[in-house]
Design a binder for this molecule. Sequence first.
Ligand code: MG
Length: 159
Amino acid sequence: MIRVGLGRDLHRLVQGRRFLLAGVELEADRGELGHSDGDVLAHAVTDAVLGAAGLGDIGALFPPSDPKWKDADSMELLRIAFGKVKEQGWRLQNLDCVVTCETPRLIPYRERIRASLAAALDAGPAAIFVKGKTAEGLGPIGAGEAVDAEAICLLEKIL
Ligand code: MG
């Protein structure tokens, strides 16, 4: 059996916060606002794998109302979520992601981001791809006020 999953997230960008994508810090003058560390890509990927396995979503698993998750490492949340996915007998076939922000450019960081996701998801980097886009200066993303991430994954049941 195979299942697809889709995840999407958006975070406001503000000064004084780190700009993290899948645990990799990008050099930027603003970073993601959030209850956790704000890692928008980690959140989108977490929702994609949970959705594919029918295990709910990141907000249900790690409620923002729970102080336990304040400033949480979102890659740790992804590892916990994917652990639950694996317990149900799923493994990742592939993951494809799009990150949209005006700056910084993603390309110099892409291989590190792929490797970070691959390690968290028990996959080879070849099974993971991440693309960077801009919003062509339009809307809040184009104004540098937000970053958006989308992720789609395919899981295969092996048990
Ligand atoms: Mg989020």
